[in-house]
Design a protein around this ligand. Structure first.
Ligand code: COA
Length: 165
């Protein structure tokens, strides 16, 4: 069975990787799909986010990395995925995830959404938190892979250079 794990992954964190590894053990194939979230202005381009996911998922055989625009259910139909996997962190995620799952079911009743509980140590983690810590010069060790930390530092340097007239 094929499952899609969609998200903005701006950037991928250890919380996402925990979900990917656990989902990979449950399904024949996991498509980790970088998708635009219309409510967010990303720091990394879709191509950069894909590159980081490819690097992070090296070694997990049944994971493939892709991106799409438009409706998730359309992308699921195109890729023949029957399940959408989402990570559920805290109670605060529930309302939003519940709305999305019900909307996706309305749009395409044959595609099921499955939630995997985030492990306790990642329950507070988000891409925004990782970006904020890195932007303020803090260490993201244990929150995101080392190479993601380096890409964040690189972005910060580029930002500073852009600010210099
Ligand atoms: N560990 C750590 N962080 C996690 C996590 C986990 N297990 N699960 C979620 N997060 C974080 C994400 O990094 C993200 O952080 P951010 O807000 O700081 O960027 C936040 O929690 C929300 O994640 P998620 O709910 O997956 O939202 P998203 O913005 O990453 O992705 C899409 C949302 C892209 C999946 C959704 O907008 C979509 O399906 N778009 C396609 C268009 C469509 O079909 N729309 C109709 C759907 S109703």
């Amino acid at each position: 069975m094929i499952a899609i794990y969609p998200g903005s992954f701006d950037p991928v964190t250890n919380g996402h990787l925990d979900i990917i590894e656990r989902a990979a053990a449950l399904f024949d194939e996991i498509i980790v799909a970088v998708a635009p979230n219309t409510g967010k202005e990303p720091l990394f381009s879709a191509e950069e986010r894909k590159e980081m996911l490819i690097e992070a998922c090296r070694g997990i055989d049944n994971v493939c990395i892709d991106s799409f625009e438009g409706l998730l259910v359309e992308y699921a139909r195109k890729t023949k995925a029957q399940v959408i996997v989402k990570g559920l962190r805290a109670l605060s995620d529930f309302q939003y995830e519940f709305e999305m799952a019900l909307t996706n079911r309305k749009l395409s009743p044959s595609i099921e959404t499955m939630f995997l509980m985030t492990c306790a140590e990642n329950s507070y983690l988000s891409s925004s938190i990782v970006k904020e810590i890195a932007a303020l010069g803090g260490s993201v060790v244990g929150l995101a892979p080392d190479f993601v930390a380096e890409r964040l530092r690189q972005k910060a340097r580029e930002g500073i250079r852009r600010d210099i007239p």
